[in-house]
Design a binder for this molecule. Structure first.
Ligand SMILES: [Mn+2]
Length: 335
């Protein structure tokens, strides 16, 4: 019994598309799983065609993504028309063409993905494999490498392992047996120090000033923590900080707020066990702005004109206090 499922028929179809004089460009909406998948496909295409490039369509700013590109030497470039003009065949991994407007102009010969299939976008490509039951596209690519007798080198194995790790949130989210098998298989080839370095690249130097602000301004309210940061360069920093403080033992919810684009942005994070953050956000700010989300994460955005002359921090604290008082006071006895 082979370790992975047999892909002889698919591999024959895939190889049937390749010709020596072709120049292939692999497109991605870059995240770790997509970049690892592109590296794997490049490995498959290399030496069978004239050249293989990798291009991304989104903004790349997450530190772990940047660390991955640098440490695993991923030759990825921003997609621009002059770059696309150098290629005559196009492939897409970890995405489908309707996922991003910049994919629309291309005619894809290969699509390998694990996102859901939508009825209104039936796949119609010379080669495709779309498997929504897979937790990560990297697992799918690992199966292809294995079936083609291609042993992943240290850098590729580390990339694929990180792809599986991020997409399955270290197997805390949906995954199947192939994801587990691929993960175990790749551990024979990867470099643990590289993986550790990429995993721990979580913050940017420019963000550290916000950490010191948050430590100075934070208030503990029972099992919760809140901090108002004033103006922030990007609301993303509120998300980073909220996730960071959720790692403190004993806290069950965190509320990080700041001002951006004439709005008060409030990011909610919870442990998903007690309070429902979506309802919490709705109850606190639903009357003055957009507010909502899931059990463990939510967000509110309040136009500053809805706050009036009040200081934003005061506005939040008063609403929190009102909520706590309401919760603490016993129900009035029936008359
Ligand atoms: Mn993916």
């Amino acid at each position: 019994m082979a370790y992975f499922r047999n892909l002889d028929a698919q591999v024959a179809n895939l190889l049937g598309l390749l010709k020596k004089d072709q120049r292939w460009l692999i497109l991605v909406n870059a995240d770790p799983d997509a970049m690892a998948s592109a590296m794997a496909l490049k490995r498959i295409l290399a030496r069978r065609v004239t050249s293989v490039g990798i291009a991304y369509v989104n903004e790349l700013s997450r530190p772990d993504n940047l660390a991955m590109i640098r440490l695993l030497r991923i030759p990825i470039k921003k997609l621009i028309p002059t770059l696309a003009a150098q290629y005559d065949r196009f492939a897409l991994v970890d995405s489908q063409p309707h996922h991003h407007p910049d994919f629309a102009p291309f005619e894809f010969s290969i699509v390998i993905d694990h996102h859901p299939l939508l009825e209104e976008y039936p796949p119609d490509f010379p080669f495709y494999e779309i498997r929504p039951d897979y937790g990560s596209n990297s697992s799918l690519m690992t199966e292809y490498l294995y079936n083609m007798g291609l042993r992943p080198g240290k850098l590729l194995a580390t990339a694929l392992l990180y792809g599986i790790k991020t997409d399955t949130q270290s197997f805390e989210r949906d995954f199947n047996d192939a994801d587990i098998k691929a993960f175990r298989y790749l551990t024979k080839f990867y470099n643990p120090n590289l993986l550790h370095k990429i995993t721990r690249s979580e913050f940017r130097v420019e963000w550290l000033k916000y950490f010191s602000q948050a430590f100075r301004k934070m208030r503990i309210l029972g099992k919760g923590l809140t901090a108002f940061l004033g103006a922030v360069d990007s609301p993303d920093i509120l998300v980073i900080l909220a996730d960071f403080f959720m790692r403190v033992h004993g806290l069950s919810w965190v509320l990080m707020s700041g001002l951006h684009d004439d709005k008060l942005v409030v990011v909610f994070r919870g442990d998903g066990l007690r309070r429902d953050m979506g309802k919490f956000a709705q109850g606190l700010f639903g009357d003055v702005g957009s507010a909502g989300g899931h059990r463990a994460m939510a967000r509110a955005e309040i136009p500053l004109e809805n706050i009036g002359n009040q200081h934003a921090q005061q506005f939040i604290l008063e609403r929190l206090a009102r909520k706590r008082k309401k919760k603490a006071s016993p129900k009035p006895a029936a008359e």
